[in-house]
Design a protein around this ligand. Structure first.
Ligand SMILES: [Zn+2]
Length: 387
């Protein structure tokens, strides 16, 4: 049975051990040691990777009560090896995980609520609390949790007997079987958990709740601790600085500056729509009557503009009026209508001529096509009536 060093002290990472067994598994090897600080995963925390002798431990797993190290090369049975899980990855996970215990314990103390769900992702944790919290509550929770970090209290692991356990109040998500391991953050939290934790609350560094939302009758917090909180802060600072420079606004004024910009854009959009409407009016006035077909090209027409121009053209020509507007991907959207011809019947030959797809009623068809302007102009009778 492997002695699991991380169960007592999560921060002691480098270790010496003896290889108990090594068996091949495809292009990997499964190694069992007499002692290890590699965590095989559990309690929401991912398994460790790292180095074992000259091998790379790609992952670890819990199998039939053993910690199995999956390596990229074999190790000799009976050999002495030194091991070392990837420190920064493991440390970040312990900071996030310990931060989560502090948040949950503090939430229980402040609001009497329970942690009913917990998930760790790279760089952040989500914590589901059974109480509905508002922004003020969340801020209070964050401050109190960080004060517990500043207190730098010891974090210890307890292995109570079944009788002792009966007399202890601790957090747990379900019925526990076998030896229960309790992680105690002095004065803050006592929780059943199998994962490695830090040994002092000060090592968490900082706990930041990034956002919160209502979730299943309670509150879901998304938070980061320690180095992950620093990364988040760094990224957001960079982003705010960039926005501040782009908008020439003070860093603390970027939100109102963006709101101003949005309002400005909305005004321009309205003005632009009005100008386009007027421009279309002039375009319609300029249409000259013609006996044959009328083929027009017009930039940036919306569906309504397209229909309006086709209807105006159809009134002034003897054949059909077809209007093409660029679709933004190198082709055209089109509409074509006539007062004398059945457009529905004409649709297939029209589409064939412009490499298009579309259809509609006997009065008007619409669609999209891939032909170039030259090809379209060539396909129909000489464009007529436009200018
Ligand atoms: Zn835990």
């Amino acid at each position: 049975m492997t002695d699991r060093l991380y169960e007592k002290d999560g921060t002691m990472l480098d270790f010496e051990a003896r290889v108990l067994s090594c068996e091949s598994r495809g292009d990997r090897w499964a190694v069992i040691l007499d002692r290890t600080s590699f965590f095989p995963g559990g309690g929401g925390q991912e398994p460790d990777s790292g180095c074992l002798g000259s091998c790379r431990v790609v992952t670890c797993a819990e199998e039939e009560g053993e910690v199995v190290h999956i390596t990229d090369a074999p190790l000799k049975e009976g050999a002495a090896v030194s091991g070392s899980p990837d420190k920064e990855i493991r440390f970040r996970r312990m900071q996030d995980h310990t931060g989560e215990h502090i948040l949950s314990g503090t939430a229980h103390r402040l609001f009497g609520c329970d942690n009913v769900g917990f998930h760790m992702d790279p760089g952040l944790v989500t914590v589901d609390l059974s109480a509905v919290l508002d922004a003020g509550d969340v801020e209070r929770l964050e401050t109190q949790a960080n004060l517990a970090v500043l207190d730098d209290v010891p974090i210890t692991c307890l292995f109570p007997s079944t009788e002792e356990l009966d007399g202890i109040q601790y957090r747990s998500k379900g019925e526990l079987k076998g030896q229960v391991r309790l992680v105690r953050i002095e004065g803050v939290d006592l929780c059943a958990c199998c994962a490695p934790h830090l040994v002092r609350s000060g090592q968490v560094g900082l706990i930041k709740i990034m956002y919160f939302q209502k979730h299943r009758g309670g509150t879901r917090l998304t938070a980061a601790a320690g180095l992950d909180a620093l990364d988040d802060f760094r990224e957001k600072s960079r982003s705010v600085l960039e926005i501040s420079n782009l908008l020439s606004a003070k860093k603390e004024m970027v939100a109102p500056a963006v709101k101003n910009l949005q309002e400005g854009c909305e005004g321009l959009r309205r003005e632009n729509a009005e100008l386009r409407r007027r421009l279309l009016g002039y375009r319609i006035c300029q249409l000259r009557p013609c006996g044959g077909n009328m083929v027009l090209f017009e930039d940036a027409l919306d569906d309504e503009g397209l229909r309006e121009l086709v209807n105006a053209g159809a009134e002034k020509c003897g054949g059909f009026c077809a209007v093409f507007t660029p679709d933004g991907t190198g082709g055209y959207r089109y509409a074509a209508g006539s007062r004398n011809m059945d457009m529905k019947k004409l649709a297939s030959s029209f589409n064939l001529a412009v490499g298009g797809r579309g259809g509609g009623s006997s009065l008007m068809i619409r669609g999209a096509c891939t032909a170039s302007r030259e090809e379209i102009e060539k396909a129909f009778s000489k464009p007529d009536g436009s200018e």
